[in-house]
Design a protein around this ligand. Structure first.
Ligand SMILES: [Zn+2]
Length: 236
């Protein structure tokens, strides 16, 4: 996965490289353009009601390696694995455009808002990945769980040993909440940064030149892929 991460971080044509990566691996995808950008969707099974998504855009001050290229590469890997196994279960994997516009409050221009709006009726749960490239603790965002939308993935994940719930910065989860879809936002952190009062250097690096390829780690990417794989295939 590291080579894919480097390819995607170093290109000036992220859309092209992402499409090429999926095509080369035999993963079929739908191109979903909208007024402000382009989402990409990989569909497994008939009428899938579960969505796993990650934003594919980055802030250009750094490589955007942890935010959010690592998550994109993980979802490409998951899509590849499931395609090769001819998985026909319940899943849409979606790559969202323009999550970074959330910083300036442009909610309607986010790819996930567009996607959530048009799929509300057919989506029972959404899982959003953001900043999933470093550390071995899986973090569930506690920011929104008071919305009382019970998200199955969150309940499943919280039973695992290396999982914590803390308040995280918002991401594409806001789009699903807006349309009443139960959603879990997941990220990863090193253990030394995962307790409520800890300083989180990983997050301090985001949107700066410090969000570089060197901060991302292959073990973390493998952990995220295997966790999602276990969940969608009903293992573990
Ligand atoms: Zn992000």
């Amino acid at each position: 996965m590291m080579l894919d991460l480097i390819d995607l971080c170093k290109t000036r044509d992220r859309h092209g490289v992402l499409r090429e990566m999926l095509t080369r691996r035999g993963v079929n995808y739908n191109v979903l353009p909208y007024a402000h950008g382009v989402n990409y969707e990989v569909v497994f099974g008939e009428r899938p009601r579960r969505v796993i998504g990650a934003h594919h855009d980055i802030v250009t001050r750094g490589d955007g390696a942890n935010d959010n290229t690592a998550s994109v590469v993980e979802l490409v890997e998951l899509a590849t694995k499931l395609t090769r196994e001819r998985f026909i279960g319940d899943l849409r994997i979606v790559f969202f455009d323009n999550e970074e516009l959330l910083c300036r409050g442009a909610f309607d221009e986010m790819g996930s808002a567009e996607y959530a709006k048009h799929t509300t009726n057919e989506t029972e749960e959404a899982i959003v990945l953001d900043v999933c490239g470093a550390g071995d603790v899986l973090v569930v965002s506690g920011l929104w769980h008071r919305a009382k939308l019970s998200a199955p993935f969150e309940n499943w994940l919280m039973k695992k040993e290396n999982t914590v719930r803390i308040t995280t910065p918002p991401s594409d989860d806001v789009s699903f909440l807006r349309y009443g879809v139960p959603v879990t936002l997941m990220c990863t952190l090193p253990e030394t940064e995962s307790a409520p009062g800890d300083r989180r250097l990983t997050w301090e690096r985001l949107h700066t030149a410090g969000d570089s390829i060197e901060t991302v780690n292959e073990d973390t990417m493998e952990l995220v892929v295997s966790t999602l794989y276990d969940y969608v295939t009903g293992r573990a």
